[in-house]
Design a protein around this ligand. Structure first.
Ligand SMILES: [Zn+2]
Length: 307
């Protein structure tokens, strides 16, 4: 890790020298960088033409293990605003100090401000509870899901909070366009209210309100809509045969026939579970770009699987 960091830092120095370290906005547009793709969607909608946005973790990338490229790090030197998840996503914990040291002028928007984060309940997972000592050790090296479930953006109720946080941050860095940003944010919020209503009605007739996901990204969504997420893994680790067996038993007991996977994770074990319960796998994406469309698709997928 240390060697890699030194190499990366020297590459950065070269890139910075080549590009110059001046904070000049490209084509007069405000440069915004977000950690994950769904936040970029919100920035595009609320910032409109005045804003150029890029997400650091690329589509299909895994934010639990992602490392920014030197080019991405150097592009931060010209950015005005960075939107972070703030909920313990690993690559942010690892990289924020370096991001800030590259551009001390960078405004940071914590998209989770005002969100009620849910503590990870190890009982909900099919495998054994970790000891407190293990938790502490894991907190020390940051490569884990933290004390809170970081995937709060997947509840549209939290989407509204995210939209308002991004509106506030854009106004802070560009107060002259305050009215435009507020009007755009109002529009996004009313679409999100409609989305919440649609999802709620779509899920209304579902009787068995439990669904099984391989990666535990849908806890906030489940909470908002009165569903129960059963998760196979935690922290992207391969399940032991015993854990696998426990998930299969849980799925059978809950009369579950679909194992949902995310495009970002390997699905070999998910397919093994699906085979064993005589079911199939389905896909739901926690990091898709079109936030609204993605939650509608996920709702279709979940409601098709629950009976
Ligand atoms: Zn995740």
């Amino acid at each position: 890790m240390i060697h890699r960091s030194v190499a990366l830092l020297s590459m950065l120095m070269i890139l910075l020298l080549q590009n110059g370290c001046v904070n000049t906005p490209e084509n007069g547009r405000l440069q915004v960088v977000t950690s994950i793709v769904p936040f970029a969607y919100f920035v595009e909608r609320i910032g409109g033409d005045h804003v150029a946005v890029t997400a650091m973790v690329p589509p299909g990338g895994n934010p639990h293990s992602y490392e920014p490229t030197p080019r991405q790090m150097s592009s931060l030197s010209g950015a005005s605003l960075f939107v972070k998840a703030g909920s313990g996503v690993e690559f942010e914990l690892d990289w924020m100090p370096r991001i800030l040291s590259l551009n001390p002028e960078l405004q940071i928007c914590d998209a989770s401000e005002g969100v009620r984060l849910i503590a990870v309940n190890h009982e909900d997972h099919a495998h054994e509870k970790r000891t407190h000592a293990e938790d502490l050790r894991k907190d020390a090296d940051h490569h884990h899901h933290g004390r809170f479930d970081p995937h709060y953006w997947l509840s549209p109720e939290n989407g509204i909070i995210i939209a308002r946080n991004i509106e506030k941050a854009l106004i802070l860095v560009d107060p002259e366009r305050r009215e435009r940003y507020t009007a755009n944010a109002d529009e996004v919020v009313s679409e999100l209210e409609a989305l919440r209503f649609d999802i709620r009605s779509r899920l209304e007739p579902v009787r068995n309100r439990r669904f099984l996901v391989f990666h535990p990204a849908w806890g906030y969504y489940a909470d908002e809509f009165g569903l129960k997420q059963i998760a196979a893994e935690e922290e992207g680790k391969t399940l032991t045969p015993r854990q696998l067996q426990k998930v299969i038993e849980q799925a059978r007991a809950a009369d579950i026939r679909v194992v949902f996977i995310s495009p970002q994770f390997s699905n070999v074990q998910a397919e093994a579970i699906a085979r064993d319960i005589g079911g199939r796998t389905g896909t739901v994406d926690p990091l898709a770009h079109d936030y609204m469309d993605n939650l509608r698709k996920a709702t279709d997928a979940f409601s098709g699987a629950m009976r």
